[in-house]
Design a protein around this ligand. Sequence first.
Ligand code: FAD
Length: 410
Amino acid sequence: MSDIIRRDPRAEWIARNRLHPLHAAMQSQNQTSWMGPNGLMRKNPHAIAAGFIGPAGIKRIDRSGAQQGGGQKRGAASAAVQLPLHLVEQPSHIIAVVPDMVGGRLSSHDKDLLGLARQLAGDSGAVLAVLFGEDKESAFDSAGVDRLLRIAGETFDGYAPEARVLALSAVDGQFAPRHWLLPDSRTGGGELGRRLAAKLGERPATRVWQVANEQCIGRAGAGQQDIQRALPRLILAAAECAEPVSETRHEARPVELAAPVAHSLTRLQDLGPVAVDPAQIPMAEAEFILSGGNGVKDWELFHQAAVALGATEGASRVAVDDGFMPRNRQVGATGTWVTARVYMAVGISGAIQHLQGIGACDKVVAVNLDPGCDMIKRADLSVIGDSAAILKALLERVAAWRQEGKRDAA
Ligand SMILES: Cc1cc2nc3c(=O)[nH]c(=O)nc-3n(C[C@H](O)[C@H](O)[C@H](O)COP(=O)(O)OP(=O)(O)OC[C@H]3O[C@@H](n4cnc5c(N)ncnc54)[C@H](O)[C@@H]3O)c2cc1C
């Protein structure tokens, strides 16, 4: 058995949520003190209440580490938990969701949407996820999917909104969903949802961030206003429109279209992605950010690493204040709030103002000398060591990998 501590984000979320039915099972015996990295005994003054949703719904922060991957008994507790299976044999109605599946996996936006779909499905309805092309996802069951419809074929690969809308219209005919849910995103759902609305003759609610009592509220007016309206059939929802599913497992039973989709449209041709300079991508839209802080000692090496990895550069406020990075690259409360799928923090301690800015990032990788720092507690993957040595090793690995690729292609 390896000594590497593997994180389980769902178990950690339950451990932080005192209202969750499995909360007690996830507790690491309310650890009140532990040995710090320098041999000092550390005390957690908030031992019982650290990291939970307060009575007013405000998130309280746990920086003790006891509930964020440092807990000794965490692995054992999470292994023991088996979520109850929610079965819907004869659904009274269907809620159809078309996740973006960027990179072939459910994004956090997709999971929020599935959480909203589950609310709308209730006990007797079923959530139907409609996917196009290949995917690498293995957690549809825990994300709340009762029925899974995969629509394959090269007509639907890449940028193919017309073919996809035709397929969705066939799904509409066969399953007659009570609601359609798509992410109101720039990664596919926003455009596909609007095209689907035109095809079905529905007036969609856009940028929806709240649904309750058959009403929904969506952002409007360049984000300055909210529009409340009766819940329509087609909903294009914003990220964080609902909590993702966390208390039940679902069947994700495969279903098929009764007849193949007839497609004869050739108005659009996908010529493939265009390479963009990561340095030109606005921070808030970047998918992969390499961010440097006070622990970066060789900035030339940092820039080389960003180019080699194809990452957009970010920085902590200290790195900006010290003049190593421009102000528009600052990540955090007083900089840009980023939503990258991968955020790599090199030599950044994880001050609360910085962590606020990366709250919506999917995966965080931390490179730091201090195994006890808050960035390491936040990270999904940590590398303990000197930033220069690790960036150098990373550059060598990338070069070797590219070389291998060229050899294979030759
Ligand atoms: C009102 C206010 C607003 C703020 N807004 C922001 C904001 O928007 N964004 C922001 O980032 N900060 C903000 N700050 C500042 C914030 O509190 C921190 O001071 C800052 O984030 C720390 O930056 P840092 O992690 O790069 O530096 P430090 O805290 O100095 O951390 C450096 C890290 O590098 C590690 N390290 C050192 N040497 C090496 C090495 N050779 N190899 C690897 N690791 C190494 C250390 O272990 C340490 O963890 C704000 C502060 C205030 C008061």
